[in-house]
Ligand binder design. Structure first.
Ligand code: CTP
Length: 405
């Protein structure tokens, strides 16, 4: 699954560093090429030689030692990586990255990379729940860094709690998932197994006559990525989909519709049972007042279509809301924050994902998106460009945080 993927594994100084050896082995078995960077502290737990043998590549440790393979090592590795994994990540390395400190090979390389960075924290429970550590994690998550939540159990320090590095197999499956978005993998954190999702995707079509319709440029990729991510994380997912070219992610139950009216009917039928509702669909705001039964002939030089307003489905859901967590999207071409805030309030949403569709690499039909997330309490978070599947996981991470409060 990882054939030819270039992965930099950062190992920081915790007792779980020994598990990183197995991570290298599994990544290589999956076809990846792995380069390891260790912090000085990590070398106290496992020797650089072990990682060199396992990865088949030189291991970068100290900033100032003579390294034969890399000229300016941190820049070279930062550019080389398709993906950056830090496992185990100590409170120290998380704190450094979150606060822009670059004082060793690992922290400088992470700062210089444009590759997606996945961080797997492992530490004592009290350290993990420390508000400073949590704030650093939130800050990084807000900037698009992805976190693999630590597992719970007996820790090396003798106490029971959350803080263990998940099993190497689970970490490697998580990595596979980021490269193969719509493949469901059993070991991804199952943090939504008690939740029922209702997700909409694609652009609705409003018929004009038997051969024509009014549509929009929505590809459905964001909604499908959300459905795949939610199902991968254990959620029961119903996807209400307007026509797209996409195949349905595994373990997602889909209902196909074409018009806004059909979407409204399908969504309202599922709404009472849903815990989390995400409306990623681009719904036509207007439809032709009458649909011609025969194909319209081009008799005249001009043709006037009279349109009438479609129901605003999300607004209706906001009015009917009981315990559902309601998430909307705002695709804007101007006044992004103002328009998104108005929609959040008018439609009684808990969260809105705002994106400026005029930006390169954002919006319709791209595989990436650059968004801001706005919350009911007025909080706003800004994210760097990321793939739609990564954004789907970030949105789910944010929902999980809000549901816990
Ligand atoms: N939406 C909806 N029903 C509609 C229109 C929009 O459910 N008839 C939902 C979309 O799925 C999205 C959110 O409302 O989650 C915002 O959609 P958007 O098209 O950005 O905004 P509109 O409310 O249609 O306002 P405008 O077109 O004036 O920007």
């Amino acid at each position: 699954m990882l054939n030819g993927k270039k992965i930099v594994l950062g190992v920081s100084g915790g007792i779980a560093a020994y598990k990183a050896v197995e991570i290298v082995s599994r990544l290589k078995k999956a076809g990846a090429v792995v380069q390891v960077i260790m912090t000085e502290a990590a070398t106290q737990f496992v020797s650089a030689l072990t990682f060199r043998e396992m990865s088949g590549n030189p291991v970068a440790v100290a900033m100032w030692s003579e390294i034969k393979h890399w000229n300016v090592e941190h820049i070279a590795l930062a550019k080389w990586a398709d993906l950056f994994l830090i496992a185990p990540a100590t409170a120290n390395i998380i704190g450094k990255i979150a606060n822009g400190i670059a004082d060793d090979t690992l922290s400088t390389t992470v700062m210089a990379t444009k590759a997606p960075v996945i961080i797997a924290p492992a530490m004592n429970t009290e350290m993990y729940v420390n508000p400073i550590v949590q704030e650093n994690i939130s800050k990084l998550a807000g900037l698009g860094y992805r976190f693999i939540e630590p597992a719970s159990g007996m820790l090396a320090c003798g106490v029971e709690g959350q803080g263990r590095l998940p099993e190497p197999s689970a970490i490697v499956e998580y990595i596979c998932q980021t490269f193969a978005p719509f493949t469901i993998n059993a070991s991804i954190p199952c943090d939504f197994s008690d939740k029922k999702f209702l997700i909409t995707a694609g652009g609705t079509r409003e018929p004009i006559d038997p051969v024509r319709y009014i549509g929009n440029h929505s590809s459905g990729k964001m909604g499908y990525a959300l459905a795949a991510a939610a199902a991968a994380r254990g959620g029961r997912v119903t996807l209400i989909s307007a026509p797209t070219k996409l195949s349905v992610p595994e373990h997602v139950s889909v209902k196909y519709i074409e018009t806004a009216a059909e979407m409204r009917q399908a969504v309202l039928a599922e709404y009472p049972d849903a815990d989390i509702v995400i409306k990623a669909a681009a719904v036509a705001d207007y439809k032709p007042k009458t649909v011609q039964l025969q194909k319209i002939k081009k008799n005249d030089d001009t043709l006037t279509l009279v349109l009438e307003k479609n129901p605003d489905i999300l607004k209706e859901l906001g009015q009917l809301k009981q315990n559902q967590f309601l998430v909307g999207f705002a695709a804007e071409t101007e006044s992004l924050i103002q328009n998104a805030t108005d929609k959040l309030n008018k439609k009684n949403l808990d969260m809105i994902i705002a994106n400026d569709v005029t930006k390169p690499g954002a919006g319709f039909d791209y595989d990436t998106n650059t968004v801001k997330i706005l919350y009911r309490d007025g909080l706003k978070e800004e994210f760097l460009q990321m793939t739609k599947i990564q954004l789907a996981h970030v949105i789910l991470d944010k929902i999980r945080v809000k549901l816990k409060k």
